[in-house]
Ligand binder design. Structure first.
Ligand code: GLY
Length: 364
């Protein structure tokens, strides 16, 4: 049954996502078609020692391979690090317009190397080799690439679709448990947005998911990728509102990540934000409390947090919402659910009442 293949349908920019164990061999036909003059592998200091050897073996003999390793962590999505990549590629004369970038790592590397590829000589192809569950189920698919600016996260970026995404599930074996578990929040989010049998699959098998059962994991990643590929095909550049619904749970998540920069992994913040979004949905879009409970119970069974810390008060939430880049005019586009599978963009006025509702606290 595996490796599985999902196609992101974008006319001339369509590409395949391959999912399974021992699927790095998929690199060869993709690269054979691209006929690269050189390969520019970008990775981080955690992932490169573990998985660059397998990538080296997979591309052996296809083109000269150059490697650049950045420090692990969000700090590498910086203008300075991007500049170091340009210096390496251009100053070192190892790149031309037929070079292909290989992004080996989690979401940070996908974003950094993808933006590097989007801008290098007005754009060269790149291939996503996600090494984290979060990158496989979300960030590596759909072509959003970015670096951060002092004014906020992902404020400098582009839509640049990869030539292929290869989800090598063996990479997940080495992922630290906390990072793996946190990514399950995005999986649960996808299940809530999709409203199909993904929730049932997760609900019936939390222990197998936590044990990284290979068959189940392949099925879950494929499910998430297929769902996201459908949304991206319909709203590639987030203009119709469909792609924006993928931000379910992200309003409070961004607040938490800004207020407590080192406390939460992205997925942990999303779990709390998702629980909060369901609370808002019960109040504002008539989501059935039982449907919300099904989701929060699953998050809890997977070991994910549900509550914002008590020291986060509504006033601070309001202050941070004011800088949310999804805010339009005086209202904020909040992703709510009417029912599983029925997300809705809700214009809300970010006032004290909304901040209290988001935090699940009575406004008194
Ligand atoms: N991570 C949300 C998106 O790709 O649109």
């Amino acid at each position: 049954m595996y490796p599985a293949r999902v196609t992101v349908q974008l006319a001339a920019r369509s590409y395949d996502v391959a999912i399974g164990r021992d699927v790095l061999g998929e690199l060869r036909p993709v690269l054979a078609a691209l006929k690269p003059s050189s390969l520019l592998l970008v990775s981080d200091a955690n992932v490169a020692p573990l998985h660059a050897p397998a990538v080296r073996a997979a591309v052996h003999g296809l083109a000269e391979l150059h490697e650049f390793v950045v420090p692990a962590g969000e700090g590498s999505k910086s203008p300075a690090r991007l500049n170091a990549l340009y210096d390496w590629a251009l100053g070192g004369r190892i790149a031309d317009r037929r070079s292909v970038v290989l992004a080996l790592g989690g979401g940070v590397i996908g974003d950094l190397a993808g933006y590097f590829a989007a801008t290098l000589m007005r754009g060269v192809p790149y291939i996503q080799l996600p090494a984290s569950l979060l990158a496989m189920v979300d960030s590596s698919v759909g072509g959003k690439v970015a670096i951060n600016h002092a004014a906020g996260k992902n404020l400098i970026g582009a839509f640049h679709q990869p030539a292929a995404v290869i989800c090598e599930l063996a990479f997940l074996d080495t992922l630290p448990r906390r990072e793996y578990v946190s990514a399950l929040a995005e999986v649960v989010k996808t299940a809530a947005l999709a409203g199909d049998d993904l929730h049932t699959v997760l609900d019936a098998n939390p222990d197998a998911i936590l044990a990284r059962d290979h068959g189940l994991l392949a099925r879950v990643v494929q499910h998430c990728v297929r769902f996201k590929a459908g949304i991206v095909a319909r709203d590639e550049t987030e203009t119709t509102g469909q792609r924006a619904t993928l931000n379910l749970g992200h309003t409070l998540a961004h607040v938490l990540e800004t207020a407590f920069p080192d406390r939460y992994l992205h997925g942990e913040a999303v779990a709390i934000g998702l629980a909060a979004a369901l609370g808002v949905s019960i109040a504002r879009t008539g989501l059935a409390p039982d449907a919300a409970n099904d989701v929060t119970r699953l998050l809890a069974r997977l070991g994910l947090p549900l509550q914002a810390p008590p020291e986060l008060d509504p006033a601070r939430v309001l202050e941070l919402l004011a800088s949310d880049k999804k805010r339009e005019g005086t209202s904020l586009n909040f992703v709510a659910l009417r029912a599983p599978g029925r997300p809705e963009l809700l214009p809300v006025r970010p006032d004290a009442g909304f901040a209290a509702l988001l935090l699940g606290r009575d406004h008194g």
